[in-house]
Design a protein around this ligand. Sequence first.
Ligand SMILES: *Cc1c(COP(=O)(O)O)cnc(C)c1O
Length: 360
Amino acid sequence: MSDRVYNFSAGPSMLPLSVLEQAASEMTNYRGSGMSVMEMTHRGKIYQAIFDEVKADLRRVMSVPESHEILFMQGGATFQFAAVPLNLMGENGTADYAVTGNFAKLAAKEAKKYGNVNIVASTEETNNTTIPTQDELKLSDNASYFYYCANNTIYGTEWNYVPETKAPIVCDMSSNILSKPVDVSKFGVLYAGVQKNMAPAGMAVVIIDKALAGKELPYTPTIMNYKTMIDKDSMYNTPPCYTIYMLGLTLKWVEENGGVAGMEKLRNERSSMLYNFLDESKLFKGAAEKAARSGMNVTFRTGNEELDALFVKEATAKGFANLKGHRNTGGMRASIYNAMPVEGVKALVDFMKEFEAKNG
Ligand SMILES: *Cc1c(COP(=O)(O)O)cnc(C)c1O
Protein backbone atom coordinates (compact mmCIF):
# COMPACT_ATOMS: atom_id res chain seq x y z
CA MET A 1 0.00 0.00 0.00
CA SER A 2 2.81 2.38 0.84
CA ASP A 3 3.74 2.72 -2.82
CA ARG A 4 0.18 3.69 -3.80
CA VAL A 5 -0.83 7.34 -3.95
CA TYR A 6 -4.15 8.94 -3.07
CA ASN A 7 -5.50 9.23 -6.58
CA PHE A 8 -8.05 12.03 -7.01
CA SER A 9 -8.53 11.36 -10.73
CA ALA A 10 -11.98 12.11 -12.16
CA GLY A 11 -11.87 8.91 -14.19
CA PRO A 12 -10.64 6.32 -14.68
CA SER A 13 -10.21 6.49 -10.96
CA MET A 14 -9.34 4.54 -7.84
CA LEU A 15 -10.65 1.06 -7.27
CA PRO A 16 -10.64 -0.46 -3.77
CA LEU A 17 -7.22 -1.98 -3.03
CA SER A 18 -8.80 -5.27 -1.90
CA VAL A 19 -10.59 -5.51 -5.26
CA LEU A 20 -7.31 -5.07 -7.14
CA GLU A 21 -5.61 -7.59 -4.89
CA GLN A 22 -8.31 -10.17 -5.40
CA ALA A 23 -8.19 -9.64 -9.17
CA ALA A 24 -4.42 -10.07 -9.02
CA SER A 25 -4.68 -13.30 -7.01
CA GLU A 26 -7.15 -14.74 -9.53
CA MET A 27 -5.46 -13.27 -12.57
CA THR A 28 -3.70 -16.30 -14.05
CA ASN A 29 -5.93 -19.10 -12.75
CA TYR A 30 -9.51 -18.23 -11.90
CA ARG A 31 -10.64 -20.52 -9.08
CA GLY A 32 -9.06 -23.68 -10.44
CA SER A 33 -10.26 -23.20 -14.02
CA GLY A 34 -6.64 -23.11 -15.21
CA MET A 35 -7.20 -19.83 -17.04
CA SER A 36 -7.75 -16.13 -16.53
CA VAL A 37 -11.26 -14.65 -16.72
CA MET A 38 -9.97 -12.65 -19.68
CA GLU A 39 -9.09 -15.87 -21.52
CA MET A 40 -12.34 -17.80 -21.17
CA THR A 41 -15.26 -18.04 -23.57
CA HIS A 42 -18.24 -15.95 -22.64
CA ARG A 43 -20.43 -18.87 -23.77
CA GLY A 44 -19.01 -21.26 -21.17
CA LYS A 45 -20.44 -22.31 -17.82
CA ILE A 46 -17.77 -20.65 -15.70
CA TYR A 47 -18.17 -17.25 -17.28
CA GLN A 48 -21.96 -17.50 -17.35
CA ALA A 49 -21.90 -18.07 -13.60
CA ILE A 50 -19.75 -14.96 -13.08
CA PHE A 51 -22.03 -12.92 -15.33
CA ASP A 52 -25.25 -14.05 -13.64
CA GLU A 53 -23.85 -13.34 -10.20
CA VAL A 54 -22.74 -9.81 -11.12
CA LYS A 55 -26.18 -9.04 -12.47
CA ALA A 56 -27.89 -10.49 -9.41
CA ASP A 57 -25.54 -8.58 -7.11
CA LEU A 58 -26.16 -5.29 -8.90
CA ARG A 59 -29.90 -5.89 -8.79
CA ARG A 60 -29.69 -6.46 -5.03
CA VAL A 61 -27.27 -3.60 -4.27
CA MET A 62 -29.30 -1.05 -6.23
CA SER A 63 -32.71 -2.61 -5.44
CA VAL A 64 -33.53 -2.80 -9.15
CA PRO A 65 -37.21 -3.72 -9.54
CA GLU A 66 -38.32 -6.62 -11.79
CA SER A 67 -39.79 -4.09 -14.24
CA HIS A 68 -36.23 -3.04 -15.13
CA GLU A 69 -33.49 -4.94 -16.95
CA ILE A 70 -29.77 -4.55 -16.35
CA LEU A 71 -27.59 -4.28 -19.47
CA PHE A 72 -23.83 -4.18 -19.91
CA MET A 73 -22.95 -2.23 -23.03
CA GLN A 74 -19.61 -1.32 -24.56
CA GLY A 75 -18.68 2.19 -25.66
CA GLY A 76 -18.76 3.85 -22.25
CA ALA A 77 -21.20 6.59 -21.34
CA THR A 78 -20.75 8.44 -24.62
CA PHE A 79 -22.22 5.50 -26.56
CA GLN A 80 -25.45 6.13 -24.66
CA PHE A 81 -25.61 9.74 -25.85
CA ALA A 82 -26.65 8.23 -29.22
CA ALA A 83 -28.33 5.05 -27.96
CA VAL A 84 -30.81 6.99 -25.82
CA PRO A 85 -32.36 9.09 -28.63
CA LEU A 86 -32.16 6.23 -31.15
CA ASN A 87 -34.14 3.99 -28.82
CA LEU A 88 -36.48 6.45 -27.15
CA MET A 89 -37.01 9.54 -29.28
CA GLY A 90 -39.47 8.03 -31.80
CA GLU A 91 -40.13 9.31 -35.35
CA ASN A 92 -40.31 13.13 -35.35
CA GLY A 93 -39.99 12.99 -31.61
CA THR A 94 -39.07 15.63 -29.06
CA ALA A 95 -36.91 15.14 -26.00
CA ASP A 96 -36.35 17.45 -23.02
CA TYR A 97 -32.75 18.00 -21.94
CA ALA A 98 -31.46 19.78 -18.85
CA VAL A 99 -27.98 21.00 -19.71
CA THR A 100 -26.00 21.44 -16.50
CA GLY A 101 -22.53 20.63 -17.76
CA ASN A 102 -20.31 19.35 -20.52
CA PHE A 103 -21.61 15.79 -20.70
CA ALA A 104 -25.28 16.78 -20.77
CA LYS A 105 -24.42 19.30 -23.47
CA LEU A 106 -22.72 16.62 -25.58
CA ALA A 107 -25.69 14.30 -25.06
CA ALA A 108 -28.13 17.01 -26.19
CA LYS A 109 -26.01 17.75 -29.24
CA GLU A 110 -25.99 14.08 -30.21
CA ALA A 111 -29.75 13.77 -29.69
CA LYS A 112 -30.38 16.66 -32.12
CA LYS A 113 -29.31 14.35 -34.94
CA TYR A 114 -32.35 12.18 -34.33
CA GLY A 115 -35.14 14.54 -33.35
CA ASN A 116 -36.13 17.77 -31.67
CA VAL A 117 -34.29 18.70 -28.54
CA ASN A 118 -35.90 21.10 -26.09
CA ILE A 119 -33.41 22.57 -23.64
CA VAL A 120 -35.52 22.78 -20.47
CA ALA A 121 -32.77 24.46 -18.46
CA SER A 122 -29.19 25.53 -18.99
CA THR A 123 -26.68 26.53 -16.37
CA GLU A 124 -24.23 28.01 -18.85
CA GLU A 125 -24.86 31.54 -17.51
CA THR A 126 -23.55 30.57 -14.08
CA ASN A 127 -20.58 28.71 -15.60
CA ASN A 128 -22.36 25.53 -14.53
CA THR A 129 -21.95 26.27 -10.83
CA THR A 130 -25.68 25.76 -10.16
CA ILE A 131 -28.44 23.17 -10.55
CA PRO A 132 -31.93 24.25 -11.64
CA THR A 133 -34.88 23.83 -9.28
CA GLN A 134 -37.96 21.88 -10.30
CA ASP A 135 -39.79 25.18 -11.00
CA GLU A 136 -37.08 26.33 -13.35
CA LEU A 137 -37.45 23.33 -15.69
CA LYS A 138 -39.42 24.40 -18.77
CA LEU A 139 -40.76 20.94 -19.56
CA SER A 140 -42.63 20.32 -22.81
CA ASP A 141 -45.97 18.52 -22.99
CA ASN A 142 -45.06 16.01 -25.64
CA ALA A 143 -41.53 14.89 -24.75
CA SER A 144 -40.58 11.28 -25.42
CA TYR A 145 -38.26 11.50 -22.43
CA PHE A 146 -36.58 13.93 -20.04
CA TYR A 147 -32.78 13.75 -19.83
CA TYR A 148 -30.38 14.97 -17.17
CA CYS A 149 -26.93 14.23 -15.79
CA ALA A 150 -27.12 13.53 -12.05
CA ASN A 151 -23.56 14.58 -11.21
CA ASN A 152 -21.54 17.02 -13.28
CA THR A 153 -18.08 15.54 -13.05
CA ILE A 154 -16.24 18.52 -14.51
CA TYR A 155 -17.98 21.33 -12.62
CA GLY A 156 -18.53 19.56 -9.30
CA THR A 157 -22.30 20.00 -9.10
CA GLU A 158 -24.94 17.39 -8.34
CA TRP A 159 -28.73 17.18 -8.46
CA ASN A 160 -30.00 16.55 -4.94
CA TYR A 161 -33.48 15.64 -6.20
CA VAL A 162 -35.03 13.59 -8.97
CA PRO A 163 -37.17 15.90 -11.12
CA GLU A 164 -40.88 15.23 -11.50
CA THR A 165 -41.87 14.89 -15.12
CA LYS A 166 -44.65 13.40 -17.21
CA ALA A 167 -42.11 11.90 -19.60
CA PRO A 168 -39.90 8.95 -18.62
CA ILE A 169 -36.65 10.08 -17.01
CA VAL A 170 -33.28 9.24 -18.53
CA CYS A 171 -30.29 9.90 -16.31
CA ASP A 172 -26.52 9.80 -16.75
CA MET A 173 -25.20 8.63 -13.36
CA SER A 174 -21.64 7.94 -14.51
CA SER A 175 -19.99 9.77 -11.65
CA ASN A 176 -22.33 9.13 -8.73
CA ILE A 177 -23.82 5.68 -9.26
CA LEU A 178 -23.49 3.43 -6.18
CA SER A 179 -22.65 6.43 -4.00
CA LYS A 180 -26.10 6.67 -2.40
CA PRO A 181 -29.48 4.93 -2.52
CA VAL A 182 -31.51 5.62 -5.67
CA ASP A 183 -35.15 4.77 -6.33
CA VAL A 184 -34.63 2.99 -9.65
CA SER A 185 -38.38 2.77 -10.29
CA LYS A 186 -38.41 6.53 -10.93
CA PHE A 187 -36.21 6.13 -14.00
CA GLY A 188 -37.01 4.99 -17.52
CA VAL A 189 -33.31 4.57 -18.24
CA LEU A 190 -30.37 5.21 -15.98
CA TYR A 191 -26.88 4.53 -17.13
CA ALA A 192 -23.29 4.97 -16.06
CA GLY A 193 -19.90 4.62 -17.65
CA VAL A 194 -18.21 2.30 -15.15
CA GLN A 195 -14.76 3.87 -14.84
CA LYS A 196 -15.66 6.38 -12.09
CA ASN A 197 -17.18 4.25 -9.37
CA MET A 198 -17.46 0.66 -10.55
CA ALA A 199 -14.80 -0.96 -12.71
CA PRO A 200 -12.12 -0.38 -15.36
CA ALA A 201 -13.20 1.67 -18.40
CA GLY A 202 -14.87 0.29 -21.50
CA MET A 203 -18.46 -0.29 -20.50
CA ALA A 204 -21.68 1.28 -19.35
CA VAL A 205 -24.23 -0.22 -17.03
CA VAL A 206 -27.69 0.54 -18.40
CA ILE A 207 -30.79 -0.04 -16.28
CA ILE A 208 -33.92 0.21 -18.36
CA ASP A 209 -37.64 -0.06 -17.79
CA LYS A 210 -38.43 -2.95 -20.15
CA ALA A 211 -41.67 -1.24 -21.21
CA LEU A 212 -39.59 1.44 -22.99
CA ALA A 213 -37.67 -0.99 -25.21
CA GLY A 214 -38.70 -1.89 -28.74
CA LYS A 215 -39.53 1.63 -29.91
CA GLU A 216 -36.20 2.31 -31.62
CA LEU A 217 -35.86 4.28 -34.83
CA PRO A 218 -35.65 1.90 -37.82
CA TYR A 219 -32.02 2.71 -38.60
CA THR A 220 -30.80 2.08 -35.03
CA PRO A 221 -27.63 -0.01 -35.18
CA THR A 222 -28.31 -3.48 -33.80
CA ILE A 223 -25.51 -3.15 -31.27
CA MET A 224 -27.25 -0.04 -29.86
CA ASN A 225 -30.72 -1.53 -29.76
CA TYR A 226 -31.92 -1.90 -26.16
CA LYS A 227 -34.49 -4.53 -27.20
CA THR A 228 -31.83 -6.69 -28.81
CA MET A 229 -29.57 -6.31 -25.80
CA ILE A 230 -32.43 -7.30 -23.47
CA ASP A 231 -33.35 -10.33 -25.61
CA LYS A 232 -29.70 -11.45 -25.81
CA ASP A 233 -28.96 -10.71 -22.14
CA SER A 234 -26.16 -8.27 -23.14
CA MET A 235 -24.47 -11.02 -25.17
CA TYR A 236 -25.47 -10.10 -28.71
CA ASN A 237 -21.72 -10.08 -29.24
CA THR A 238 -18.80 -10.70 -26.89
CA PRO A 239 -19.40 -8.59 -23.81
CA PRO A 240 -16.59 -6.77 -21.96
CA CYS A 241 -16.02 -9.96 -19.95
CA TYR A 242 -13.22 -8.86 -17.69
CA THR A 243 -14.76 -5.46 -16.90
CA ILE A 244 -17.96 -7.22 -15.84
CA TYR A 245 -15.95 -9.53 -13.60
CA MET A 246 -14.22 -6.51 -12.02
CA LEU A 247 -17.60 -4.86 -11.46
CA GLY A 248 -18.57 -8.02 -9.59
CA LEU A 249 -15.60 -7.68 -7.24
CA THR A 250 -16.46 -4.02 -6.61
CA LEU A 251 -20.08 -4.91 -5.83
CA LYS A 252 -18.94 -7.45 -3.22
CA TRP A 253 -16.79 -4.70 -1.68
CA VAL A 254 -19.75 -2.29 -1.65
CA GLU A 255 -21.88 -4.88 0.15
CA GLU A 256 -19.14 -5.64 2.66
CA ASN A 257 -19.06 -1.92 3.42
CA GLY A 258 -22.75 -1.42 4.10
CA GLY A 259 -24.17 -1.28 0.57
CA VAL A 260 -25.24 2.01 -0.98
CA ALA A 261 -26.31 3.32 2.44
CA GLY A 262 -22.79 2.63 3.70
CA MET A 263 -21.36 4.34 0.62
CA GLU A 264 -23.53 7.38 1.28
CA LYS A 265 -22.25 7.65 4.84
CA LEU A 266 -18.64 7.55 3.66
CA ARG A 267 -19.42 9.97 0.86
CA ASN A 268 -20.86 12.48 3.31
CA GLU A 269 -17.85 12.10 5.60
CA ARG A 270 -15.40 12.72 2.77
CA SER A 271 -17.20 15.60 1.13
CA SER A 272 -18.17 17.47 4.30
CA MET A 273 -14.56 17.32 5.50
CA LEU A 274 -13.43 19.06 2.31
CA TYR A 275 -16.31 21.53 2.04
CA ASN A 276 -16.07 22.49 5.71
CA PHE A 277 -12.44 23.31 5.18
CA LEU A 278 -13.13 25.26 1.98
CA ASP A 279 -15.77 27.32 3.81
CA GLU A 280 -13.35 28.40 6.51
CA SER A 281 -10.27 28.77 4.30
CA LYS A 282 -9.07 32.27 3.39
CA LEU A 283 -7.04 30.93 0.45
CA PHE A 284 -9.14 28.22 -1.18
CA LYS A 285 -12.67 28.77 -2.47
CA GLY A 286 -15.23 26.17 -3.56
CA ALA A 287 -16.30 26.68 -7.19
CA ALA A 288 -19.88 25.38 -7.05
CA GLU A 289 -22.81 27.13 -5.37
CA LYS A 290 -23.39 25.56 -1.95
CA ALA A 291 -26.81 24.14 -2.80
CA ALA A 292 -25.41 22.47 -5.92
CA ARG A 293 -22.27 20.93 -4.45
CA SER A 294 -21.28 17.46 -5.56
CA GLY A 295 -20.47 14.73 -3.09
CA MET A 296 -18.14 13.16 -5.65
CA ASN A 297 -16.16 15.91 -7.41
CA VAL A 298 -15.06 18.84 -5.29
CA THR A 299 -13.96 21.82 -7.41
CA PHE A 300 -11.99 24.66 -5.86
CA ARG A 301 -9.40 27.33 -6.60
CA THR A 302 -7.23 29.96 -4.97
CA GLY A 303 -8.12 32.67 -7.47
CA ASN A 304 -4.49 32.89 -8.56
CA GLU A 305 -3.53 30.59 -11.44
CA GLU A 306 0.14 30.46 -10.49
CA LEU A 307 -0.73 29.49 -6.94
CA ASP A 308 -3.13 26.83 -8.25
CA ALA A 309 -0.33 25.37 -10.34
CA LEU A 310 2.06 25.43 -7.38
CA PHE A 311 -0.53 23.69 -5.24
CA VAL A 312 -1.05 20.91 -7.78
CA LYS A 313 2.69 20.47 -8.15
CA GLU A 314 3.41 20.26 -4.44
CA ALA A 315 0.40 18.03 -3.81
CA THR A 316 1.57 15.63 -6.51
CA ALA A 317 4.99 15.43 -4.91
CA LYS A 318 3.32 14.51 -1.60
CA GLY A 319 1.35 11.66 -3.15
CA PHE A 320 -1.96 13.42 -3.89
CA ALA A 321 -2.36 12.66 -7.58
CA ASN A 322 -4.53 14.20 -10.29
CA LEU A 323 -5.84 17.30 -8.49
CA LYS A 324 -5.62 19.56 -11.53
CA GLY A 325 -9.05 20.81 -12.60
CA HIS A 326 -10.56 20.10 -16.01
CA ARG A 327 -9.27 22.25 -18.88
CA ASN A 328 -12.73 23.85 -19.14
CA THR A 329 -12.63 25.19 -15.59
CA GLY A 330 -9.02 25.55 -14.47
CA GLY A 331 -8.40 25.43 -10.72
CA MET A 332 -8.47 22.15 -8.86
CA ARG A 333 -10.76 19.19 -8.57
CA ALA A 334 -10.65 16.42 -6.00
CA SER A 335 -12.67 13.44 -7.19
CA ILE A 336 -13.62 11.45 -4.12
CA TYR A 337 -15.47 8.39 -5.36
CA ASN A 338 -16.37 5.33 -3.29
CA ALA A 339 -12.87 3.86 -3.32
CA MET A 340 -11.18 6.98 -1.91
CA PRO A 341 -10.46 6.23 1.75
CA VAL A 342 -11.66 8.84 4.26
CA GLU A 343 -8.02 9.04 5.44
CA GLY A 344 -7.06 10.19 1.93
CA VAL A 345 -9.34 13.21 2.20
CA LYS A 346 -8.20 13.91 5.75
CA ALA A 347 -4.58 13.87 4.59
CA LEU A 348 -5.44 16.16 1.69
CA VAL A 349 -7.16 18.67 3.98
CA ASP A 350 -4.12 18.62 6.30
CA PHE A 351 -1.91 19.31 3.32
CA MET A 352 -4.17 22.16 2.16
CA LYS A 353 -3.93 23.73 5.63
CA GLU A 354 -0.15 23.54 5.50
CA PHE A 355 -0.14 25.04 2.03
CA GLU A 356 -2.41 27.87 3.17
CA ALA A 357 -0.20 28.60 6.17
CA LYS A 358 2.81 28.97 3.86
CA ASN A 359 1.13 30.78 0.95
CA GLY A 360 -2.03 32.39 2.35
C1 LIG B 1 -16.92 10.46 -17.60
C2 LIG B 1 -18.32 10.81 -17.92
C3 LIG B 1 -18.86 10.61 -19.20
C4 LIG B 1 -18.04 10.07 -20.34
O1 LIG B 1 -17.76 8.74 -20.16
P1 LIG B 1 -17.06 7.86 -21.31
O2 LIG B 1 -17.11 6.49 -20.73
O3 LIG B 1 -15.69 8.40 -21.51
O4 LIG B 1 -17.88 7.97 -22.54
C5 LIG B 1 -20.19 10.92 -19.40
N1 LIG B 1 -20.95 11.42 -18.42
C6 LIG B 1 -20.46 11.65 -17.18
C7 LIG B 1 -21.33 12.22 -16.13
C8 LIG B 1 -19.12 11.35 -16.91
O5 LIG B 1 -18.64 11.58 -15.67
